[in-house]
Design a protein around this ligand. Structure first.
Ligand code: PGA
Length: 242
């Protein structure tokens, strides 16, 4: 079963989400894929309440602290209390815009794992030349310090592909995913999925997912319009029925 994660980032308002997005998604029936919607914090409860139960809810981030006086932060415990199933961590936009460190990412994952919220751990290079070294380093900075017997999702997202429409060759994506799978298998991690993100759209999603190499996709810009996203989901749905 493929995993499709929608990352709304800092987009959409309550009006669009309740008047259009939720209504349109609730008209669909998907049984061959697991769809995880990650809205901004304020919309997690309403989406969790109003989307039908075939959808899972994710957060885009979590505090590295457990509780207390951290103005503006949201803890893993709080996310758990509003039925959050997944949480994106270490997205390149957070690593770059907020100088998020590997130690902070590890703390966030540890907090999430205490509440059985599945982390979606983002890794990815900015430059194809040092891809292998960067991926190895990013995984080595995180995996030894978290629980690897719990379910994990690794999202491979080359930075140059995020929000740009630039996608490296599908062959290249699959080779990289295979490499990440090899690295995590060597660590004895088996309850994990490795997904791809970066300019995924309804045109390229099937090629990316058409075999058992890539376990899913992380969709940013093409998930924030309900009609566009539904078109993509319908394609993924048919793909898995083959
Ligand atoms: P994009 O974003 O689909 O807009 O490239 C993906 C992501 O950053 O999660």
């Amino acid at each position: 079963m493929k995993l499709v994660v929608a990352n709304f980032k800092m987009n959409l308002t309550l009006q669009y989400i309740t008047e259009e997005y939720i209504k349109k998604l609730n008209h669909e029936k998907f049984k061959n894929q697991k769809v995880v919607i990650c809205p901004s914090y304020p919309f997690i409860p309403i989406m969790s309440l109003l989307l039908n139960k075939q959808y899972y809810i994710g957060s885009q981030d979590v505090s590295m602290y457990t509780e207390g006086n951290y103005t503006g932060d949201v803890s893993a415990n709080q996310l758990n209390s509003i039925n959050t199933n997944y949480c994106i961590v270490g997205h390149s936009e957070r690593r770059l815009n907020y100088s998020e460190s590997p130690k902070q990412i590890v703390d966030k994952i540890n907090n999430l794992q205490k509440y059985d919220i599945i982390p979606i751990i983002c890794v990815g290079e900015n430059n194809t030349r040092d891809k292998i070294d960067v991926l190895k380093l990013q995984l080595n900075e995180i995996l030894p310090f978290i629980k690897t017997d719990k379910e994990l999702v690794i999202a491979y997202e080359p930075i140059y592909s995020i929000g740009t429409g630039i996608v490296s060759s599908i062959e290249d994506i699959k080779e990289t995913i295979k490499y990440i799978k090899k690295l995590i298998n060597e660590r004895g991690i088996n309850k994990s999925s490795v997904i791809y993100g970066g300019s995924v759209n309804e045109e390229n999603c099937c090629q990316i997912l058409n075999d058992n190499i890539v376990d899913g996709i992380l969709v940013g810009n093409n998930s924030i319009n309900a009609d566009k996203f539904i078109k993509l989901l319908r394609k993924v749905e048919v793909l898995d029925e083959k």
